[in-house]
Write a protein that binds this ligand. Structure first.
Ligand code: PLP
Length: 369
């Protein structure tokens, strides 16, 4: 019977179940103290996240989108400035650039890594380029070393979009610790996810950290004194409590995801599809396990008919979104092709071998059929 239970993309209930009692006790304590915003859980989370990521400062905020927005504001990016963004990403990466009045300049991605194409970045840099935002898409670090060399050569800061990559690293150096600022999302389905929205910015620069703290709290460093236009973008104590409990287990979650990915590789190895690349030295945390195949939409429908979820991240690259019209669409052939071929399979720490086997069987039948 269990073999026919639906297989979801993520199973947040399974993830929360072992934490349920601890979370409920913690929430009760927060309710009793009445300290809901900017309290001890938030501070403790910031400290342990900074330690885990190997950075000097971590600042909680309301979402991953806000983390990007705060990062751009802290770097004084605004109207007239250009920010280079990979076109194959979640829209929030580019939205944040629009929020500050700057212009996103979309560049293509590498079709094997799905990540920003460093040569395309080099070709897109102009005197107006004020930042580059690589995205560690699906949980594999972007090609940070050549990108940093290029950015340094032009004196352009990097903001890393780490929304899908908590715990990813390149030879031990954590995603989020490469650029001037790293931006994280704690949306529930992310690798480190809360029980609601949340985000974090990290940096090694003390001045930027202080500025980010001011910006997230109404431009205020001293209560009711406001030095500049800021935001209401704080991480609340209940989210911070949940995230602390999950952060303590993040290595287990990542191990579960990587185990599921290894199973997929084993079970799908002989099928007519392209497995995701895992670059040597790059520690992939598998926010998604994303294959490429022909007739993607037919296969997806056939999986759905058997109760197997899958998802297309992303069917329309940013440079083709109506949001950015009437700017002429950039030339990004790799992203255009990926948009028609990618399929993300169920991926979560608790995914079982029997489920992977069933997904593989369904895929195999669909691809042959
Ligand atoms: C989820 C995500 C964001 C936005 O994070 P939110 O917390 O949902 O605002 C930004 N960039 C990427 C690549 C994401 O996947």
């Amino acid at each position: 019977m269990a073999a026919h239970e639906p297989i979801p993309m993520v199973d947040l209930r399974a993830n929360f179940a072992p934490l349920r009692e601890e979370i409920l006790a913690g929430v009760a304590e927060i309710l009793d103290t009445g300290q809901f915003i900017l309290g001890p859980h938030g501070r403790a989370l910031e400290e342990s996240a900074a330690a885990q990521l190997g950075v000097n400062h971590a600042i909680g905020c309301a979402s991953g989108t806000d983390a990007l927005l705060l990062a751009l504001r802290a770097l004084d990016i605004g109207p007239g400035d250009e920010v280079i963004v990979p076109t194959f990403t979640f829209i929030a990466t580019a939205e944040a650039v629009l929020y500050v009045g700057a212009t996103p300049v979309f560049v293509d991605v590498n079709p094997h890594s799905f990540n920003i194409d460093v040569a395309a970045v080099a070709a897109a840099i102009t005197p107006r380029t004020k930042a580059i935002i690589p995205v560690h898409l699906y949980g594999q670090p972007a090609d940070m070393l050549p990108l940093m060399a290029l950015a340094d050569q032009h004196g352009v800061p990097i903001i890393e979009d780490c929304a899908q990559a908590f715990g990813a690293h390149i030879d031990g150096r954590m995603a989020g610790s490469f650029g001037r600022i790293g931006a994280f999302s704690f949306f529930p389905s992310k690798n480190l996810g809360g029980a609601g929205d949340g985000g974090m910015v990290v940096t090694n620069d003390e001045k930027l950290a202080a500025r980010l703290r001011v910006l997230r709290n109404h431009g205020s460093s001293q209560q009711y004194y406001h030095d500049e236009l800021g935001y209401n973008s704080r991480l609340d104590e209940i989210q911070a409590l949940v995230l602390r409990l999950k952060l303590a287990r993040i290595n287990d979650y990542t191990a579960g995801r990587r185990n599921a990915a290894a199973l997929y590789r084993r079970y799908l190895g002989n099928l007519d599809l392209v497995l995701p690349q895992e670059r040597s030295g790059f520690y992939h945390v598998y926010h998604q396990f994303t294959i490429q195949l022909e007739e993607r939409d037919r296969v997806r429908a056939e999986l759905a008919a058997q109760g197997i979820a899958s998802a297309v991240y992303y069917p329309v690259p940013c440079h083709r979104q109506r949001m950015f019209a009437p700017a002429p669409a950039a030339d990004c052939p790799a992203a255009d092709q990926l948009a028609g071929r990618v399929l993300s399979l169920p991926m979560y720490p608790e995914l079982q071998e029997a489920q992977v086997a069933r997904i593989a069987e369904a895929l195999s039948a669909s691809i042959r059929g």
